[in-house]
Ligand binder design. Structure first.
Ligand code: RFL
Length: 407
């Protein structure tokens, strides 16, 4: 099914080379690459600038992605301010196990909250390079993606006017709830989906981190995790039933569970703080394959979702965006369409690596609390293997830090 709507004759029209739908990490990276190559583009975003610069989400960026942003002049503030992590810790059966993945892989994570990265990318594109970005747009629609002159129309939030932007290509970077993905219907693309049947209560606490690394608590009461975000803010996760109501988790219950699930001998106590975000995530993944159709190219969560189990979503979004940005520049500036025609094929191997790793890690993290002795047994075998076998440890380290994704 092609949902592309017919042209809107009454809309006022303009033209650009590329319309980027969505100003998350994926869309803003594509836009910055286009702008740096003087390829004309417009970014359309439904939310306000203030909203996207404050929306809390990811925090761990893999080293290859940081280096790729650095090469494009997009990582100055990140490199000046981000802490780096090269170890994580498993807490299991009352003991702590440090895991030095940085030593094994030669790569680190950069701890840099997503809103800061988004802020940097908006500044680089709009303020420094004078790029065109429209915030607060409504009713975004795509037209003619199978023609040489696709278009995107939207309602201007200030005037209520309908505006149509004709272009050569559309970058669909509008996340998991966007509209662009719906244009790759079942006759063009498959959507492979995996539901974990697990919920995570995602928390942000106004509290300094209680460890110098990511902590995974594997506990019969449920999985729990600790992840630094900044010197003042820490992200915590608590496994909960899918669809649970955050109201079931008052302050006292949250901290009691975190203490219980993350407690091990010799660990520093958790620093408590006010909970500034509390939402339940029903853990699921999906992959749209292929990631393009006609002149529409999906990137980031629009094309694939990875539940935050292995902290992969934003990293994958950047991977797509770097490839798509370069392919669009080659097409628009040099008339070379080979990058665009091979775009989906170039992205999907990495997408599936990260999906597989997220699923593998999920089984390791949730076995102890599954209530199924077989799952608990295989999860503990997995953990013993990565803690005991140098070969297994190196393989885990490389997947955890995304080694090999260099773009
Ligand atoms: P985004 O960031 O969702 O941006 C899409 C943008 O599109 C806008 N939009 C539209 N614009 C125009 N027209 C429409 N019709 C539109 N519909 C939507 C939206 O307002 C938005 O601004 O997608 P993008 O760029 O693909 O980036 C993906 C990442 O945001 C996502 O994968 C990560 O946040 C996932 N994630 C993590 N990833 C990591 O790599 N490391 C982590 O540590 C990590 N932690 C997390 C996470 C996601 C979480 N949540 C909330 C699911 C922690 C959490 C709690």
């Amino acid at each position: 099914m092609n949902l592309a709507s017919p042209p809107e004759p009454s809309a006022s029209r303009r033209r650009t080379r590329v319309v980027v739908v969505g100003a998350g990490p994926a869309g803003l990276t594509v836009a910055n690459i286009l702008r740096a190559a003087s390829v004309d583009c417009v970014v359309l975003e439904t939310q306000s600038r203030q909203f996207i610069e404050q929306r809390p989400r990811a925090g761990f960026i893999e080293e290859w992605a940081v280096r790729a942003l650095e090469r494009r002049g997009l990582a100055d503030r990140l490199l000046a301010h981000a802490q780096t992590h090269a170890e994580c810790e498993f807490r299991w059966a009352g003991e702590r196990h440090r895991f030095a993945y940085g030593e094994l892989s030669g790569h680190r994570h950069f701890v840099y909250p997503q809103p800061l990265l988004v802020t940097d990318l908006v500044r680089a594109y709009a303020d420094r390079a004078g790029g065109d970005i429209r915030f607060g747009v409504r009713d975004v629609e795509l037209h003619g993606i199978d023609t040489d002159t696709p278009a995107v129309s939207y309602t201007d939030p200030d005037t209520g006017e309908r505006i149509r932007v004709d272009c050569d290509a559309i970058a669909g970077c509008d996340g998991a709830r966007g509209v662009t993905r719906t244009h790759l219907g079942p006759e063009r693309a498959t959507v492979a989906r995996h539901d974990y049947g697990i919920g995570w209560l995602a928390l942000l606490a106004q509290a300094s981190p209680s460890s110098d690394c990511v902590v995974f608590g594997l506990h019969p009461r449920g999985f729990a995790a600790h992840m630094a975000r900044s010197p003042q803010v820490t992200r915590y996760y608590l496994e909960c039933p899918p669809g649970d109501d955050p109201a079931n988790w008052p302050h006292e219950r949250v901290w009691a569970e975190l203490h219980a699930r993350l407690a091990v001998a010799g660990a520093p106590p958790l620093t408590e703080g006010r909970l500034i975000e509390k939402r339940v995530l029903d853990m699921h993944n999906y992959v749209v394959e292929p990631m393009s159709g006609g002149r529409l190219y999906l990137a980031g969560d629009a094309a694939h979702l990875a539940a935050p189990i292995a902290a992969k979503g934003m990293n994958l979004a950047l991977h797509d965006a770097l490839l798509l940005g370069d392919a669009l520049v080659a097409s628009c500036a040099d008339g070379d369409d080979s990058g665009l025609s091979g775009y989906s094929e170039a992205c999907l191997p990495r997408v599936w690596q990260y999906q597989e790793f997220s699923q593998w890690l999920s089984e390791l993290l949730h076995g102890a609390s599954s209530g199924v002795p077989f799952k608990a047994g295989t999860a503990s075998a997995r953990l013993r293997r990565i803690l005991g076998s140098p070969a297994a440890a190196t393989a885990f380290a490389e997947l955890y830090i995304g080694k090999g994704a260099e773009v």
